[in-house]
Write a protein that binds this ligand. Structure first.
Ligand SMILES: Cc1ncc(COP(=O)(O)O)c(C=O)c1O
Length: 273
């Protein structure tokens, strides 16, 4: 059924770590199917087999594969160039649209991937609070940078990769999705900068959060107010995930994918009201 995909497996293994040219999710046992093209909700492999694509680019392809309007819009702009190292008018429109779609976002920073967005969100939280530790939930996925490898995969008491500095591991507190566990940590550790959450529940919501969990996290992080060196308390506790609609007090600063950049919060941005 998949002779060409099977036949290419040794070549992928020889060229790429784990045999995967990208995400680890591209690997599968005994071999992944090699995709040739997609259209709408379907894709076809290089052996001509047709699939209904339930993955949809890790849920990024809201309009399906190769939607005609997306193809047409991209084709139209490609001829003008695509990387100028400078702002463009469409970037402004894109940023404005993001803020319109997400009323809790008043400013946007474009970065190159979700992993960079979560890394930057953690840096912003640390910079803003002057605290160092981030609380995260077991098996929630936030990319693959050093700060999110602890707790990514079971067993949760060791990082999902070797090569992570101990100082980084020590700055991450991995908890089960249990409000009592959160309450205990907040009560006993005054060095918490933020909580990061896969707001849908782990693995794109396939492991749903307990009812009222997000609201409970928000309540606890608001209630745990300790004055700090900068005269701020946890009423401005940053949370690196957008609350599901209806959750109270959304004050997050979501970060979106786009052109990669170096950026760090300065003292000025840190003191922003
Ligand atoms: C909730 C969440 N955060 C972060 C990431 C990492 O995004 P990226 O693969 O673009 O680095 C993902 C990717 O699936 C994700 O689902």
């Amino acid at each position: 059924m998949n002779p060409r995909s099977r036949g290419l497996q040794p070549n992928f293994q020889a060229r790429f770590p784990s045999g995967s040219p990208g995400h680890d999710g591209y690997t599968s046992d005994p071999f992944p199917v090699i995709v040739a093209r997609g259209s709408g909700p379907r894709k076809w492999d290089i052996d001509g087999n047709e699939y209904v694509d339930y993955g949809m680019g890790s849920a990024a392809l809201l309009l399906g594969h190769a939607h005609p309007e997306v193809v047409s819009a991209l084709s139209a702009v490609l001829a003008d160039g695509s990387h100028f190292g400078a702002p463009t008018e469409p970037m402004l429109e894109w940023g404005e649209r993001v803020c319109t779609l997400m009323p809790c976002a008043d400013k946007v920073r474009f970065v190159g991937s979700g992993a960079e967005a979560t890394m930057l969100a953690m840096r912003v939280a640390r910079g803003y609070t002057g605290k160092e530790k981030i609380i995260r939930w077991e098996s929630h996925y936030h990319g693959w940078h050093d700060y999110v490898m602890p707790g990514n995969l079971p067993p949760f008491d060791v990082p999902a990769s070797i090569g992570i500095p101990q100082g980084t591991i020590d700055s991450i507190i991995v908890l089960p999705t249990d409000l009592t566990a959160l309450e205990n940590v907040l009560a006993n550790d005054d060095n918490i900068a933020g909580v990061i959450t896969e707001a849908s529940g782990a693995s794109y919501g396939t492991v749903p959060l307990p009812d009222g969990f997000l609201e409970g996290v928000r309540r606890l992080t608001r209630e745990t107010r300790r004055g700090d060196d900068h005269g701020r308390g946890y009423h401005r506790f940053p949370v690196g995930a957008r609350w599901r609609s209806g959750a109270p007090g959304c004050r997050t600063r979501p970060l979106y994918d786009g052109q990669n950049s170096y950026w760090g919060p300065t003292r000025r941005s840190r003191c922003r009201p």
